[in-house]
Design a binder for this molecule. Structure first.
Ligand code: AP5
Ligand code: ZN
Length: 216
């Protein structure tokens, strides 16, 4: 099964993808994570992407589509993909259809996390992640069970993203409204869109997504 998790910055795509990956053996494919890894490794793609990401704008369709193609080829046979943060434009949506068709796969669900934008700014500025395993936390909504220690791997090192400041978040939201929200329409026509209340607590959101995966 291949699914897209769609929603503005801070909607919970990463948080939910991690959970679905762990509980259902699917593979999270996050273009944001792939780009941040490229920036860290200072690859040519990373050097180009860094400036764009720091402004909160979108990296080129060609770059992210190529990253997704490579990631699909590295997956095990029969494993489902959770697309997190991709596609984000009409051209990326078309590229994804082609990449999947070439590999004999197809999209089963597009799940939109519906959220209130002002609340998202608070979510994002409070976000941090385990530097070791990438588990996502929030200062107040979702802190580690033991302060300063990752629940999952026990690491005591955490990191915050450079683009998680209010000004950049507003640009990222504007990019979402202008370029990403319109891609829902063609999926709607195919009858594969489901909506989940992304303002509910994290467990409730996971249960709603799992109900969709079960076809309920
Ligand atoms: P990307 O990494 O994809 O970031 P994003 O879309 O802005 O989304 P976020 O990661 O900020 O939010 P999320 O929805 O994953 O929320 P999370 O689960 O972390 O992209 C970054 C940049 O890379 C882009 O701006 C662009 O430049 C570039 N890029 C990436 N993909 C691209 C593409 N396809 N094309 C072009 N450019 C691309 O949750 C947020 C916080 O809230 C966490 O602290 C979490 O603990 C907390 N939280 C989550 N759910 C809940 C809940 N239900 N209740 C309370 N708190 C919650
Ligand atoms: Zn960890």
């Amino acid at each position: 099964m291949d699914i897209i998790l769609l929603g503005p910055p801070g909607a919970g795509k990463g948080t939910q993808s991690h959970r679905i990956q762990e509980r259902h053996g699917m593979k999270q494919l996050s273009t944001g994570d792939m780009l941040r890894a490229a920036v860290k490794a200072q690859t040519p793609v990373g050097v180009e992407a860094k400036k764009v990401m720091d402004r909160g704008e979108l990296v080129s369709d060609a770059i992210v589509s190529a990253l997704i193609g490579e990631a699909l080829d590295a997956m095990s046979d029969g494993q489902g993909a959770i697309f997190d943060g991709f596609p984000r434009t009409g051209d990326q949506a078309e590229a994804l259809d082609m990449l999947l068709a070439e590999r004999g796969r197809k999209l089963d669900h597009v799940i939109e996390l519906e959220v209130d934008e002002d609340a998202l700014v608070k979510r994002i500025v409070g976000r941090f992640a385990c530097a070791e395993c990438g588990t996502l936390y929030h200062d107040t909504a979702n802190p580690p069970k033991v302060e300063g220690v990752c629940d999952k791997c026990g690491s005591t090192e955490f990191k915050r993203r450079k683009d998680d400041n209010e000004e950049t978040v507003r640009t990222r939201m504007a990019e979402y409204r202008a370029k990403t929200a319109p891609i829902l329409d063609p999926y709607e026509k195919r009858g594969i869109v489901s909506r989940v209340d992304g303002m509910a607590d994290i467990d409730t959101v996971t249960h709603s997504i799992e109900a969709i995966l079960r076809g309920e």
